[in-house]
Design a protein. Structure first.
Length: 483
């Protein structure tokens, strides 16, 4: 499947996930790990022979997860997790789960890799985005799930999200299954915009006008800023979206399967210089554009920045419940684009993976854990309902496509549902080329240099981006080729 078709599939499923609600009865779970559910004829044969199904319980097996809420979790989040774990243990009493908390802000990729070396990694996790899977499948840091995916009734019934398939299937083998897709956009604090005497319903969507609008919002004496710029170590993530919105790509696949890096072409230069201009020409960003993600997030939910690139559902709980804001102050819009270019909004999502060191028994138990936590209708309903009741509705679709968590989000502004549906039509999947994370990491230094240097020129910016590309060509010659 080519990249264009992959993008179309992802967009179509995101649109359907926003529109289609309802749920159906879950397929019968096997009575033991790895056991195929009995077909109707087999059940009738058992009944006719008078044989009772075996009730022998499998041998106890232990799996490790890193899913336990940490110290910063809210009480209702802890209670929800404990209820789900209680139900899992009741259904599968032979599976012992050692659940561990990972502190917020932890570099989970690094911690996982360190754990892998020490044989202390989680047996099953939903940490890795789909863009990580091609590289991790190649380096052996995640396990093969082919035997489970190919015999997965839910997938055969067409009820599993397929937008990640080209990334999570490598050389004919499956290494992950979808957890939760997402889409980014611009989140808005309408109150701050009104405080600046502007109309939050009339925000420009082209770069120059958007920069001027943000400049009018900004008043450093009141600690109010128009746009929160993600200049820290994740900066290449949103940068990708802005390159698209300048008419470019981060990379283009060659006929031989390798990739040509294109982020140093004119659209990439334009995107980097627009960020530079937000800092130096429009002077509308927060004071420290390299601040941590947690600090950037706090700037928005505590009412210091009027707009940021992100997903609105992630901001609601803190803005409303933690800091007492009005949910009607919040809104969303498409990511602005260079004049004459289309506006896209980056789509991505995490996946479930298992450890390559898991025993056969642990693999079976991990698969049951994935099915229960990620695809059981009762658990999805519980999660969506409790989250919505506690002011934190789930906007992102689950991996199961016949369930829509947005149906439970009854207290959000009605206009958001239409906007989310409209924005899903502009979804574009994050690149999933091998070593994509290495590309993003390599871009951090040149991008930070560009946005921090007041007298930066487009020519110098292009030179920095081109050198970054050259370094990647030299370091990963089997993945990246100019051609």
């Amino acid at each position: 499947m080519n990249k264009k078709l992959f993008s179309i599939l992802l967009i179509m499923v995101l649109i359907m996930a926003m529109i289609i609600g309802g749920c159906t009865k879950a397929a019968d779970q096997p009575s033991q790990p790895g056991e195929e559910p009995k077909v109707e004829d087999e059940k009738k044969q058992d009944e006719a022979s008078g044989e009772e199904p075996s009730e022998e319980q499998p041998k106890e097996v232990t799996i490790v997860t890193w899913d336990k809420p940490g110290d910063t979790a809210l009480p209702w989040q802890v209670e929800l997790y404990e209820e789900k774990m209680k139900r899992f243990r009741e259904k599968y009493p032979w599976i012992k789960v050692e659940d561990i908390s990972i502190p917020p802000g932890t570099d989970y990729r690094q911690k996982y890799d360190q754990g892998l070396l020490a044989n202390e990694e989680p047996t099953v996790t939903a940490m890795f985005p789909y863009v990580d899977i091609p590289t991790r499948a190649k380096d052996g840091s995640i396990g093969d799930l082919t035997e489970f995916v190919e015999n997965w009734d839910l997938r055969k019934e067409g009820k599993v999200f397929t937008g990640f398939d080209d990334a999570i299937q490598v050389d004919g083998k499956w290494y992950a299954v979808p957890y939760m897709p997402y889409q980014q956009h611009i989140v808005i604090n309408k109150k701050l915009i009104r405080d600046a005497g502007l109309d939050p319903e009339d925000i420009p969507t082209t770069w120059d006008e958007f920069g001027e609008f943000c400049a009018q919002i900004t008043d450093a004496s009141k600690n109010r800023f128009g746009f929160g710029l993600m200049g820290m170590e994740w900066c290449a993530w949103p940068f990708t979206n802005f390159v698209w919105n300048a008419g470019g790509e981060m990379g283009v696949q060659n006929p031989d399967g390798t990739w040509r890096l294109t982020f140093a072409e004119q659209p990439g230069v334009d995107a980097a210089m627009f960020w530079h201009d937000l800092v130096w020409e429009y002077k509308c960003t927060q004071k420290n554009v390299l601040e941590s993600y947690d600090d950037l997030f706090a700037d928005f939910v505590q009412g210091r920045t009027a707009m940021q690139w992100g997903g609105i559902s992630g901001y609601i709980n803190d803005y409303v419940n933690k800091y007492g804001g009005d949910i009607n102050d919040l809104d969303l819009m498409t990511t602005p684009a260079k004049e004459g270019c289309e506006s896209y909004n980056l789509a991505g999502g995490e996946t479930y993976t298992i450890s390559p060191n898991a025993t056969p028994e642990q693999r079976e138990a991990a698969w049951l854990y994935i099915q229960f936590m990620g695809y059981d209708l009762e658990i999805l309903e519980l999660t969506s309902k409790v989250s919505a009741e506690n002011g934190s509705p789930i906007f992102r679709p689950f991996g199961r496509t016949d369930f829509q968590p947005l149906d439970y989000a009854t207290d959000i502004p009605e206009a958001w549902k239409k906007k989310l549906t409209d924005l899903s039509a502009t979804a574009k999947p994050e690149p999933w080329m091998p070593h994509w994370n290495d590309v993003k990491n390599a871009l951090v230094k040149p991008l930070q240099t560009i946005i921090l240097t007041e007298d930066m020129t487009p020519e110098k910016a292009k030179e920095l981006l081109e050198q970054c590309a050259e370094d990647l060509y030299a370091k990963y010659p089997d993945t990246f080729k100019k051609q």
